[in-house]
Ligand binder design. Structure first.
Ligand SMILES: [Zn+2]
Length: 468
């Protein structure tokens, strides 16, 4: 019973990640969340930190297990939740929480029991929750349950029980856990105001989104210009809670620098990144469907994939332009002209292949003759190709030189053309028509572009998190 419940939960998690972020209107649809926890639950759902067992049921009164607590905290801090082997005999790599458990243990947020066990299904009590939250948020306390309870109560994260105690031994319900976690993340939910804004820092990038929560899943509340002074409170993972003259919310700490760090004469990172323009070129479109097989049109596959890459790149300091973002026809010469007119620095064309139904796999092209950027084109092609092979798990047809493709030949920037797979091959087609695999392909292209810039010496490490 327990196992099947977990499988159902897991299936639900997969569906949620396939369908993308659930909006707060959906979150507000929970019928079993008490009013006192509604805002907080919705907030965590918006950030994909918590979810219900269905669109209407949050399981508010269900006790939180140690594994669930690891997942809640892990998602809030954006720890690596990839399922993997753990150091515990009772948490296998197939377990949905294995990644978060291992990450939380490595960070010293949670610990196991004697005999190398974690007891993932053991219910967590309020005292243990207080210790885990205090550790994960870096509160200074003496390591004891009462010390952790004090850390939460003085910050207005918990009020304690009516009898004045903290109720350390009491079971933690999901809705209560959500309330504590939301308050810990966002002080606007806390029961007392405590001004934590103690440190001043400067922003490193223009158009910096200030978000309502600590991830790109949260809506932007406003934007800050480069070199804006902000007051910084606490951090949640890599996100800092900051206040400027105009807006209060979360920014990625990657985009902040301390006031005593002068702007480097040869600035690293964002100002260099924001000087770079990436051209995404989904092939075909409008009256030109590209290859067609099994009812699937190439133009639709490559547009859907390109739009996802665009979405992530837009969250970075890079400039990104698409030759087409709708189902329209663009000539090949207009594509290269568009790239040049927009000052493109790299050009990534996205296509799907077709042959005779028997060929299959992923291949990536660059042009070797008159484009002066042969070496960089090849590097870009290799980086994207390697990521696609890992992500799509299709036949590896390699990185190839070609003189055929106009968008490569008549470009004057590093350029590559990715053929995701064969639309007329039954196996490849299954993946090309699936949103899950298109997202995987898009991530591969996004990561490949970052890998390229990393190889060129740009600081892009923090940007890998954008596509999660
Ligand atoms: Zn094509």
């Amino acid at each position: 019973m327990r196992k099947s419940a977990i499988l159902v939960g897991l299936a639900f998690l997969l569906c949620v990640s396939l369908l993308g972020p659930r909006n707060s209107a959906e979150a507000a649809g929970f019928v079993d969340v008490p009013d006192r926890a509604r805002k907080e639950v919705n907030y965590l759902v918006e950030g994909k930190i918590a979810n219900g067992s269905s669109a209407t049921i949050f399981d508010s009164d269900k006790p939180v297990t140690r594994m669930e607590a690891a997942a809640f905290i892990g998602r809030a801090l954006q720890l690596d939740g990839t399922r993997r082997p753990t150091s515990f005999s009772d948490v296998g790599s197939g377990n949905f929480g294995s990644g978060y458990i291992q990450s939380a243990v490595e960070k010293g947020i949670l610990s196991g029991y004697a005999g190398g066990r974690f007891l993932p299904y053991k219910e967590i009590n309020r005292g243990e929750m207080a210790v885990a939250l205090s550790k994960s948020l870096g509160y200074s306390f003496d390591g004891s349950l009462s010390g952790a309870a004090h850390a939460l109560m003085t910050r207005g994260i918990s009020n304690g029980m009516e009898d004045g105690t903290f109720g350390a031994g009491l079971t933690m319900k999901r809705s209560d856990f959500a309330v504590f976690l939301a308050r810990a993340i966002n002080p606007t939910f806390r029961t007392i105001e405590n001004n934590e804004f103690k440190k001043t820092m400067l922003t490193n990038a223009d158009n910096l989104n200030v978000r309502s929560g600590p991830s790109t899943a949260y809506a932007s509340k406003g934007k800050l210009a480069k070199d804006t002074s902000v007051s910084v409170a606490h951090s949640i993972g890599n996100w800092a809670y900051v206040k400027s003259d105009t807006v209060t919310g979360f920014v990625n700490t990657y985009y902040l620098r301390s006031t005593d760090t002068p702007v480097p004469p040869n600035p690293e990172g964002d100002s260099l990144l924001s000087s770079q323009t990436i051209i995404l070129d989904p092939g075909h479109g409008g009256t030109d469907p590209g290859a067609i097989a099994f009812g699937l049109q190439e133009k639709d596959v490559v547009l859907a994939t390109g739009l996802k890459v665009n979405e992530w790149l837009k969250e970075t300091p890079f400039n990104v332009k698409m030759t087409r973002s709708t189902d329209t026809f663009i000539s090949l010469s207009n594509r290269t002209a568009f790239a040049k007119n927009n000052g493109g620095d790299v050009f990534v064309s996205i296509h799907a292949n077709a042959f005779n139904g028997s060929a299959n796999g992923t291949e990536t092209y660059y042009y070797s003759a008159s484009n002066p950027h042969v070496a960089d084109s090849k590097l870009l092609a290799e980086k994207i190709h390697n990521r696609m092979i890992t992500a799509l798990k299709l036949n590896n047809r390699g990185v190839k030189k070609t003189g055929v493709y106009q968008v490569l030949k008549y470009n004057d920037m590093p350029a590559t053309l990715a053929e995701l797979g064969f639309i007329d091959h039954a196996g490849d087609n299954q993946k090309l028509k699936s949103d899950y695999w298109r997202t995987a392909a898009a991530k591969a292209i996004y990561y490949g572009i970052l890998d390229y810039y990393k190889a060129k010496g740009y600081q892009v490490d923090a940007l890998y998190n954008e596509a999660k």
